[in-house]
Design a protein around this ligand. Sequence first.
Ligand code: SAH
Ligand code: F3S
Length: 454
Amino acid sequence: MPSVFIKTYGCQMNERDSEAVAAQLVLKGYVLAPSEKGADVILLNTCSVRDSAEQKALGKMRMLAADVRKHRPEVVLGFMGCMAQSMGRELIDQLPDVDLVIGTQKFHRTAEHLDAILSGRSEKVVDTEAERGSEGSIREHLLHGSGLSRSVTAFVSIMQGCNQHCTFCIVPFTRGEERSRLIEDIVHECQELASRGVREVTLLGQIVTSYGKREIGTRDGISAFVQLVEAVQAVDGIRRIRFTSPHPKGYGDDLIEAYARFPKLCESAHLPVQSGSDRILKLMHRGYTRERFEAIIEKLRAACPTMGITTDIIVGFPGETEADFEATLSLARAVEFDNAFLFKYSPRKGTPAVDLPGQIPQPVIEERHACLLQTVNQIIARKYQASVGSTVEILVEGPSRKNAARLEGRTRTNRIVVFEGSPRHVGQLMEVRIERAGNFTLYGDPAIVNLNGS
Ligand code: SAH
Ligand code: F3S
């Protein structure tokens, strides 16, 4: 049976898509290769959000063509995901060694296309058409065996696409219009995951606060997304619920109240702010002001003082003045995010921001990025340090990624805690006392572990 290796770039949706493609191929009899070495099929699941991500994948494919292909001409090479969607056949024109280009609405066709290529029926395949109903096709999960590597957490795709059209963002082009899955299908998937030992689900979408707007709608003041959270809350065996990413514009009171209503909903929110300047927010077409964003944060913290709040920020958006940047700095200081992902603005072909006046020179972007990074990192380090001595609930996920002799779990606020435990703890909720804080990692005391079942 042919073996396949999938390398994933980019966001959690891509991780989830790769997992679903891998599961689909395993069901069709393929085996998963641990690395590209020796694999019969090598697929790159790509990201288009920034130019650097595209260059990485292109460089990798060039290397595969020159190296792997040269020694094993029968190897099948493919691009999937966002770059495949936005570039299509151009990828084969640029890199003639590529056999397969699979867009973001065609993941479920991967096995079919590979079979055609491997059996010689097709030479090359480019499939990037829109496909109605494709949002429901990302269902299969790949949950590994038992024991230490058992999957305790899983991503569940609830919708595809985004209609917001932020002026810097390529996602509405690569992922298409918003399409939501039905609540009952998502609940069914969560039940299935629970029966396979999954204890925590993360509901995934580009803009989850727009979930089901058209298809389901608001009922008694409760948005479709919160109706979905309520339905997942009722799934036996699922102990924790997370979601990513919401949009500040859609973060209504019903969602803030959900944290109190649904005990499984973890006290953590990834709320991309992008900028602290109203002028820039407007140019970005974000649909909220700084004041509105700060009001949401205030309400979230009033509802739950320990809430873990993370964000995304772009520096160097066209027209960003020193004063605009100062506004972002001041927002970062005022909000004190628990983590922040900082991005240097990258012009994306076809997005409106490319044509805005006042493109910022690269050295200025670098300087602002470094300055903001220092500011947010100091705050994050202080907050991690402040949690030393507290007792927190973690869900034990498996061996620590940094040191396989230890275990790691996550707090409800989405911080990683490393501790010494035994494999039988995997999948359990535990209380640990935080002894020490490192870089983005907390260390828990194994001596004060209280088991409370799984
Ligand atoms: N709504 C999606 C956004 C996906 S892109 C989600 O949160 O899942 C993730 C982040 O990349 C965005 O929040 C933004 O901060 C950053 N980003 C998007 N387009 C960018 C660009 N052209 N240049 C730099 N950063 C960008
Ligand atoms: Fe992109 Fe804005 Fe949607 S960042 S994914 S267009 S909410």
